[in-house]
Design a protein around this ligand. Structure first.
Ligand code: PMP
Length: 413
């Protein structure tokens, strides 16, 4: 009998039997409040009845069509429906299964349409685990350790992580943009740069929101040099930050966005979205895959979009997110150096008395919370940020309950 790989790291000891909304139950019926949402995926809550019904109905009609062989209705309907929520001018979508694949699709497109080899990524960014995506990931060496050489042509510029530098947001932003210009002057010519790839809020890198001046600076440089601005909205999309897409907070116009996670309530579905112009300039046949745009996953996504709209989940994420952020700030102990976030992405960064990262204490807090019935995850280069990412259906009472448990945890660790 085969066993699971010993290298799979499980953040909690929980074996889930069933789940509804923000609640997860093990086989003994023990209840956990889920502030992980399957790493920001189950935005409509676990097993939302409308998603379940749509999936059951679709599975009985057609499970797999394969879009380069035969087209199917759920895929066409989803592409059309996404048109109603995507940023203006981004009207062409390629579907895949995972976030990493969507990021690689964006990389292929950017290189093909610009004819340039290089990509600039931003320190602390996470873009996936396939080799090209891992090569563009700088949120922790654990994501690329031991399988070098990585893909060539990736250059790293700073993200405005004010807390890490001990600066104001303005200082951190000015530094980040100056360093980007310096990188262009010294390491990679902007004329050889195909794309700037960046998250609106650093996710795995520690829940650090970007800001308007930073994204405006990126947009200006992208326009000046003919570089594509690729925003990785895989964790921040579909209402997670309290706006439909994370970049809406910063008023920036992307050339390409990548989507996944919250798109299909847990079914494997991702996408790379750009203008019809750019999409048609890419090399024909160079994008594809066996399972991308699976019919059942597309049906789940259509139901997810209905639920997000009908239940006002973007607005709920904004309100509950403010409560969660304010509550986590209020409860922060001396072990927590910073609490930050946007919408329902809230991170508490653990620091040692001399201000260094305290990963062990963050891990202890996260473990203790699990034992008290609150599921959370850690993130950040040093795994010293405990993050809360509840489903977007989270209620005010559930936010209170989570914060009560979090207070007890902070008092004990
Ligand atoms: N980009 C971002 C911003 C992500 O948060 C993630 C997943 N955490 C990915 C890409 C990779 O997605 P996947 O794990 O589905 O490949």
């Amino acid at each position: 009998m085969a066993a699971l790989s010993p290298h799979l790291r499980q953040a909690t000891p929980v074996v889930v039997d069933h789940a509804h909304g923000c609640e997860v139950f093990d086989a003994d019926g023990r209840r956990y409040l889920d502030f992980t949402a399957g790493i920001g995926v189950t935005s409509t809550g676990h097993c939302h009845p409308r998603v379940v019904a749509a999936v059951q109905e679709q599975a009985a009609r057609l499970i797999h069509g394969q879009y380069t062989t035969v087209m199917h209705r759920p895929l066409l309907d989803l592409a059309e429906r996404l048109g109603g929520v995507l940023p203006d001018g981004l009207d062409s979508v390629f579907f895949a299964n995972s976030g990493s694949e969507a990021v690689e699709a964006a990389l292929r497109l950017a290189r093909q349409v610009t004819g340039r080899p290089n990509v600039v990524v931003f320190h602390g960014g996470f873009h996936g685990r396939t080799v090209a995506a891992a090569s563009m990931t700088t949120s922790g060496t654990r994501f690329s350790a031991g399988f070098s050489p990585l893909m060539a042509g990736v250059h790293i510029a700073p993200f405005p992580t004010a807390y890490r530098y001990g600066w104001t947001e303005e200082e951190a932003t000015a530094f980040a943009l100056q360093e980007l210009d310096y990188l262009f002057a010294t390491v990679t010519s902007p004329h050889e740069t195909a794309a700037l790839l960046v998250e609106p809020v650093l996710g795995e890198g520690g829940y650090v929101p970007g800001n308007t001046a930073f994204f405006r600076g990126l947009r200006e440089r992208a326009d000046r040099y003919g570089i594509l601005l690729v925003l990785d909205e895989i964790q921040t999309g579909f209402g997670r930050t309290g706006r439909f897409f994370g970049h809406e907070h910063f008023g920036v116009r992307p050339d390409v966005i990548t989507i996944a996670k919250g798109l299909a309530s847990g079914f494997p579905l991702s996408g790379m979205v750009t203008s019809a112009d750019l999409m048609s300039s890419a090399w024909p046949g160079s994008q594809g895959g066996t399972y991308g745009g699976n019919a059942v996953a597309c049906a789940a996504a259509l139901a997810t979009l209905d639920v997000i709209e009908d239940e006002g989940l973007v607005d709920n994420a904004a309100r509950r997110g403010e409560e969660l952020l304010a509550g986590a700030r209020q409860r922060a102990s001396s072990a927590v150096g910073d609490v930050r976030g946007l919408g329902l992405m809230v991170g508490s960064e653990f620091t040692t008395p001399d201000g260094g990262p305290d990963g062990p204490r963050a891990a202890a807090a996260q473990q203790l919370a699990s034992s008290k019935g609150l599921l959370m995850l850690t993130c950040g280069a040093h795994m010293n940020v405990v993050r809360m990412i509840p489903p977007l259906v989270v209620t005010a009472d559930e936010v209170d309950e989570g914060l009560r448990i979090w207070s007890d945890v902070l008092a004990e660790v």
